[in-house]
Every structure is written in C-alpha cells, then in structure tokens.
Design a protein around this ligand. Structure first.
Ligand code: IMP
Length: 182
C-alpha cells in the first residue's frame, strides 16, 4: 500500500512537446548520415517518450526495447541493475539511440551503455527526458536531456510511482501532505 499523495504539475504536456521538437532537430542533424537508426527504449518508463520521439524523427528508424530492474514500489534506487528483457535485434555496426526516462543516480544508464558498447555499435548516443544531476553517483550524462529537475520524485508521461500515474500527460511531482503536516 502506498501512502496518500498529491501530484503538483512540474512540466506541462505543451512544454514537453516543444522540447521534443527541438531535441529531434538536434538528433536528426547528429545522425544525418545514418541510413537506419535503432531507437532503444528502456522499459517501462520511456514508453510514452519514445512514442513521441520517433514520430517526430522523420528518418528511417527501428524500435527495440530493453528492460532493466527498477525501483519496484520504492522511491529509492537499488543501485543493482539487472537486465530483465534484452533487445530482440543485433546492434553490431549500427547507429543506436538509447532512450531513458530519467537519469537519477546514473547506475541504470551506465550499466546499459556498458552492455551495449560490448556489442560494438557503430555509433551509440543517449537521450533522457529528465535529469536529476544532484543525485548522480556515476560519471554519466546523456547526450541529450529534455529537462534538468531538482531532487524530487516525479510521475507522469510514462513514469510511475508503484506502477501508478504513467498515463498523466504531464510531469508532476509527488508530495505527501500527511508527512509534511508532521
Ligand atoms: P538510476 O539508475 O538511479 O539513474 O535510475 C534510473 C531509473 O530510476 C529511471 O529510469 C526510473 O525508472 C527510476 N526513477 C528515477 N527517478 C525517478 C522518479 O522521480 N520517479 C519515478 N522513477 C524514477
């Protein structure tokens, strides 16, 4: 059971849309000579972001997914990253863009990049919708970041708290009024 909480809007759907347009212009120019881009979504938090991203990328793309162990129902990273579902396709010699919802401690992205690099892609870049730089425990930064946010627990636009709120069209910040009231 999760404690009662409220969600304060942090980033609107309109702001996300506008940022995706900007990011896609940069991605298209970085991959201008690419014949086919393999866009790898990290499940499950990136599923909404990747859907909007690929529809804005008017180039030849293939979509694949990788699932790593997550926070479960907790708000804390376990720091131990396990692959729960691997890619369906090969990436050797291919151009790959990894799509993450949030870079928090950075352990997930570091682990995934280490794994994918070992498969020898031609080019490997990363995009994260959100970045919480103050929480970082690894030396990693996505090539492109949508928004830098403070150390707050967020939900919406694919991102969950104990599997809830993924379907909110905006990014909201979770607050616990009872805890705040003391
Ligand atoms: P990291 O390994 O600590 O960087 O954690 C990355 C993963 O933790 C993300 O892909 C999210 O699934 C999850 N995560 C990090 N911060 C939040 C949050 O504020 N809300 C929900 N999930 C989060």
């Amino acid at each position: 059971m999760t404690q009662a909480y409220v969600i304060d809007k942090m980033i609107s759907a309109k702001a996300i849309d506008a940022r995706i347009e900007e990011l896609c212009r940069e991605i298209k120019s970085a991959f201008a000579s690419t014949e086919k881009l393999i866009v790898v979504g990290l499940l499950r938090g990136s599923f909404v972001f990747i859907a909007d991203l690929v529809r804005e990328l008017d180039m030849n793309v293939e979509v694949d997914f990788l699932e790593t162990s997550s926070y479960g129902d907790s708000m804390q990273s376990s720091r131990e990253v396990r692959i729960l579902k691997d890619l369906r396709g090969e990436i050797e010699g291919q151009d790959v863009l990894v799509v993450e919802d949030i870079v928090d401690t950075g352990h997930t992205l570091s682990h995934v990049l280490q794994l994918l690099r070992s498969r020898k892609p031609r080019k490997l870049e990363t995009i994260a919708l959100l970045d919480k730089p103050s929480r970082r425990e690894t030396d990693i930064r996505a090539t492109w970041t949508g928004f830098e946010i403070p150390d707050e627990f967020v939900v919406g636009y694919g991102i969950d708290y104990a599997q809830r709120n993924r379907n909110l069209p905006f990014i909201g910040c979770v607050r616990f009024p009872e805890a705040e009231a003391g």
